[in-house]
Design a protein around this ligand. Structure first.
Ligand SMILES: NC(=O)c1ccc[n+]([C@@H]2O[C@H](COP(=O)([O-])OP(=O)(O)OC[C@H]3O[C@@H](n4cnc5c(N)ncnc54)[C@H](O)[C@@H]3O)[C@@H](O)[C@H]2O)c1
Length: 310
């Protein structure tokens, strides 16, 4: 039986990964410090066989006395309000934390996957963004704590691959959404749904002409699994190339929730990217993967989750 360790396993994506691997018959070890995640996301797994939760901050070395086949590093604050509130922790999670998990992977000869991000492209000058694009990142602005930590993590992961022959994967995630996001998470979809369901004003930062590309979590998890099981050591974009403006997203959410909310506009955050769209030709070619869930279908399921009491 294969063993997988998922750091950040109590978060939005991590908890869905715990479910996914558990359902495939893996022994799942979930590591989390609950800084932005929640025990609620994994409560249904806690008393099951083949599932172990370890409360741990990855900025400290982790010792675990079982063999491991796969280590997935998803432990990092991920929403802008979270990483702007936790700048040093974010830097440490994406540097010392990644190093500690790479060391663990090396000692166990495990496959290591780093959850990187489209943010490593910064405010891109090319669109869609292929993996070969090096990015346009402000190295000292407020968002740099996240972007540069992820860029360091990628470089460190490649260093372990080159120097020690560690079997590594670099996953570049574009915006993902779905159930288990927190209503106050601060990212566009949970924000808009939360405001629409309460008939409160929907706040758009800037004029809403900036674009994003949203991938439903089920599609993302399938892409992550295919990448993990592949032999690709170079970065791979896993995201949905269906690009739309933030204003259009807000309008769709108002329609789907039958909300009376008005859309209001506020100042744009520093270094907010103007466009964001993955070039997924590499994933299509090598993983035979592309997303299949339509935005309105994924949003309807997410709205249903937000509308039902926890
Ligand atoms: N959701 C997205 O759209 C998206 C996009 C790009 C990249 N990512 C990456 O995917 C990963 C998961 O993102 P998410 O959206 O599920 O966010 P999330 O905040 O829901 O999950 C992150 C989890 O990591 C845990 N964590 C944070 N720092 C930790 C530490 N030092 N030690 C142990 N646990 C720690 C948190 O408690 C949380 O459970 C992150 O690494 C993020 O950068 C996500």
């Amino acid at each position: 039986m294969s063993r997988v360790l998922i750091a950040g396993g109590a978060g939005f994506l991590g908890s869905h990964l715990c479910d996914f691997f558990w359902n495939k018959g893996f022994d799942v070890f979930c590591i989390d410090n609950l800084s932005t995640g929640s025990a609620h996301n994994i409560r249904h797994l806690l008393d099951r066989e083949r599932f172990t939760y370890i409360a741990h901050d990855i900025i400290h070395p982790l010792e675990i006395d079982v063999d491991l086949d796969y280590i997935l590093n998803f432990a990092s604050p991920a929403s802008p309000p979270d990483y702007l509130r936790l700048p040093v922790q974010t830097m440490l999670a994406g540097s010392t934390g990644t190093y500690n998990l790479l060391e663990l992977a090396r000692s166990k000869s495990a496959v290591f996957m780093m959850a990187s991000t489209s943010e490593i492209y910064g405010d891109p000058e090319v669109s869609p963004q292929p993996e070969s694009y090096w990015g346009n990142v402000n190295p000292t602005g407020p968002r740099s704590v996240y972007d540069e930590a992820k860029r360091f993590s990628e470089a460190m992961t490649m260093s372990y691959h080159r120097e020690f022959g560690l079997n590594t994967r670099l996953l570049r995630i574009f915006n993902v959404y779905g159930p288990r996001m927190r209503p106050k998470d601060g990212r566009a979809i949970p924000n808009f749904i939360d405001q629409a369901l309460k008939n409160c004003p929907i706040t758009i930062y800037g004029d809403g002409s900036q674009t994003r590309s949203f991938c439903y979590y089920e599609d993302e998890i399938e892409g992550i699994y295919r990448l993990l099981m592949s032999d690709l050591n170079d970065p791979v974009n896993i995201g949905n190339p269906a690009e739309l403006t933030i204003l259009r997203l807000a309008e769709i959410i108002v329609e789907l929730t039958n909300s009376d909310s008005q859309i209001v506009f506020q100042g744009l955050p520093v270094d907010d990217p103007k466009v964001r769209c993955p070039d997924i030709s590499k994933a299509e070619k090598h993983l035979n993967w592309r997303p299949v869930v339509d935005l309105s279908e994924g949003l309807a399921k997410t709205i249903q989750y937000f509308a039902s009491p926890l």
